[in-house]
Design a binder for this molecule. Structure first.
Ligand code: ATP
Ligand code: MG
Length: 422
C-alpha cells in the first residue's frame, strides 16, 4: 500500500524545530504578561458567515483562500483563516466589554488559507496575535505596536523595518477610494487581471499588486494621506510622535493598505529583507468598524498578527538551538536490570532530574554510543551484577570517571549531584 503523505501546504514541525517555536511562545507570553494581556482560545472553525462579514467578501482571503465545507448538518463551516474575527465574535458573544474597560487579549494557533505554497507561505500556518478592544486612543495603537517590536527585539531580531500608514476613517476612505478609481480608470486595460477586477470592488487593494506594470501605474496614484480629515490626521501624528518617544523607528508608506476591509486609521507592517518574497512578519492596525459589523456595540479596537513560520525562518538564521539534553542517560541490560533502571529513572525524575531510559536491551557498547549522542553529562549503568547487588555504576561522560555505588548511596547523594549537574 502507498504511504500517506502530509497535504500540500502543511508540514510536520519536528522536535529540532519545535525548540524555536517554544522560544517564540515563551518570549511572547512574557511580553504579553508584562503588559497585562490575557490569552484567549477561540475555536478553530466557525460559521462561514463570521469571516465573510468580518473580513469582507471582496478580499483574497474570503474570495479565494478559505477552507469552507458543509458539515453533516449542512452548516457552512470555515477553518479560521485569521484570528481577529473569532476573538471579536467571542468578545461580543461573551460580553467581554460589559465592564466598560478595555480588553487586552492575545492568541496563538493554526490558521488555514488555500494559497500557493512556497517558503514562508503555507496552507496551514500559525500566528500569534494581540487585540486591544475598547480604546480609540492613539496610545492604544502604539501600545500594541510596541508589543510586537518588543517580542521581535527580545528574540534578537534587529534588522526589521516598521512600515506605517493611516487609512483614515470611513469617510476618508470613501473619498480616497473615488479619487483612486478616477485615477486608475484611464489605465484600466493596462492593469493586471486581478486589479481590473478590483477596480470597482476593492480598489485600495490594487496598491498591493505585485504586477510590474500595475506598480508603475500606481506610482503616480494619489496618496491616502492627502485625504485624511483633521481628526484622522491628528490621530496619525500622535501615533508617530509616541513611536518616536519610544525610540521605535518607522517609515511612512502611503501605499500600505491592509488586505482586510475592517481596518481604520493606523495600518502597519513589520518586514525583513531576509525573507525573500514573503517579507512581512507582522501585519496589523486599527479596526474600529469590526465589532459593530459583527453585531456588537461600536467598539474601537487595534491589533496585529505575527506569522510564526516566517519569524522562525528568521530566528533559525540567527541562532542554533538543539533540543535539551537529559541530565542522565540510563543504560541497562537484562530483565531485572531493566526493571530496576525504570524505578531509578522515576525516582530521579521525581527529584527533578531529566532522565532518558534506554529501552533497547542492546549490547552495552551500542547503549554507550547513544548515551554520548544524547548529550547527557552522566550515564547510570545497571548490568546483571549491579542488579543483583542493588548497585549502580555512575559514569561521567565528560571526564570518563566512574564509580560503583549502591542505589541507596546514589539517592543519598542527589543534592550533591544536583549541584554538580546544575
Ligand atoms: P501576505 O501579503 O504575505 O499574503 P497577508 O496580508 O495575507 O500576508 P495577514 O492576513 O496580515 O497577512 O496575516 C499576518 C501575518 O501572517 C503575515 O504578515 C504573515 O507573516 C503571516 N501569514 C499570512 N498568510 C500566511 C501563509 N499563508 N503562510 C504563512 N504565513 C502567513
Ligand atoms: Mg495573504
Amino acid at each position: 500500500m502507498g504511504a500517506i503523505r502530509a497535504l500540500r501546504g502543511t508540514r510536520d514541525i519536528l522536535p529540532p524545530e519545535v525548540v524555536y517555536w517554544q522560544q517564540v511562545e515563551q518570549v511572547a507570553r512574557g511580553v504579553f504578561a508584562r503588559a497585562s494581556y490575557q490569552e484567549i482560545r477561540p475555536p478553530i472553525f466557525e460559521q462561514t458567515e463570521l469571516f465573510a462579514r468580518g473580513i469582507g467578501e471582496a478580499t483574497d482571503v474570503v474570495g479565494k483562500e478559505m477552507y469552507t465545507f458543509s458539515d453533516r448538518g449542512d452548516r457552512s463551516i470555515t477553518l479560521r483563516p485569521e484570528g481577529t474575527a473569532g476573538v471579536v465574535r467571542a468578545f461580543i458573544e461573551q460580553n467581554l466589554g460589559s465592564q466598560g474597560n478595555v480588553q487586552r487579549l492575545w492568541y496563538t494557533g493554526p490558521m488555514f488559507r488555500y494559497e500557493r505554497p512556497q517558503a514562508g507561505r503555507q496552507r496551514q500556518f500559525h500566528q500569534v496575535g494581540a487585540e486591544l478592544l475598547g480604546s480609540g486612543s492613539p496610545v492604544a495603537d502604539v501600545e500594541v505596536i510596541a508589543l510586537a517590536t518588543d517580542i521581535l527585539r527580545e528574540l534578537g531580531l534587529r534588522s526589521l523595518k516598521l512600515d506605517l500608514n493611516s487609512v483614515g476613517n470611513k469617510g476618508d476612505r470613501t473619498r480616497y477610494r473615488q479619487a483612486l478609481i478616477d485615477y486608475l480608470t484611464p489605465y484600466q486595460s493596462e492593469l493586471d487581471p486581478d486589479s481590473q477586477d478590483r477596480l470597482t470592488r476593492n480598489p485600495l487593494r490594487i496598491l498591493d499588486s505585485k504586477d510590474q506594470r500595475t506598480q508603475e501605474i500606481t506610482q503616480g496614484a494619489p496618496s491616502i494621506l492627502d485625504y485624511l480629515e483633521p481628526e484622522s490626521q491628528s490621530h496619525f501624528e500622535q501615533v508617530q510622535q509616541m513611536l518616536t518617544d519610544l525610540d521605535i523607528a518607522y517609515q511612512i508608506n502611503p501605499r500600505l493598505v491592509r488586505g482586510l476591509d475592517y481596518y481604520t486609521h493606523t495600518a502597519f507592517e513589520i518586514q525583513s529583507d531576509d525573507l525573500g518574497a514573503q517579507a512581512t512578519v507582522c501585519g496589523g492596525g486599527r479596526y474600529d468598524g469590526l465589532v459593530a459589523e459583527l453585531g456588537g456595540k461600536e467598539t474601537p479596537a487595534v491589533g496585529w498578527a505575527i506569522g510564526m513560520e516566517r519569524l522562525i525562518l528568521l530566528l533559525q538564521d540567527l541562532q542554533t538551538q538543539s533540543p535539551p539534553s537529559p541530565n542522565f542517560y540510563l543504560v541497562s541490560r537484562g530483565d531485572r536490570a531493566q526493571a530496576q533502571a525504570l524505578v531509578l529513572a522515576q525516582k530521579l525524575r521525581y527529584f527533578g532530574f531529566t532522565v532518558e531510559l534506554d529501552l533497547s536491551g542492546a549490547a552495552f557498547g551500542k547503549q554507550f554510543k547513544r548515551a554520548d549522542r544524547s548529550g547527557a553529562p552522566a550515564c547510570l549503568i545497571i548490568g546483571e551484577t549491579e542488579a543483583e547487588q542493588q548497585q549502580v555504576n555512575l559514569k561521567w561522560l565528560t571526564s570518563q570517571e566512574q564509580e560503583t555505588l549502591t542505589q541507596n548511596e546514589l539517592f543519598s547523594r542527589l543534592d550533591q549531584l544536583k549541584a554538580k549537574i546544575g
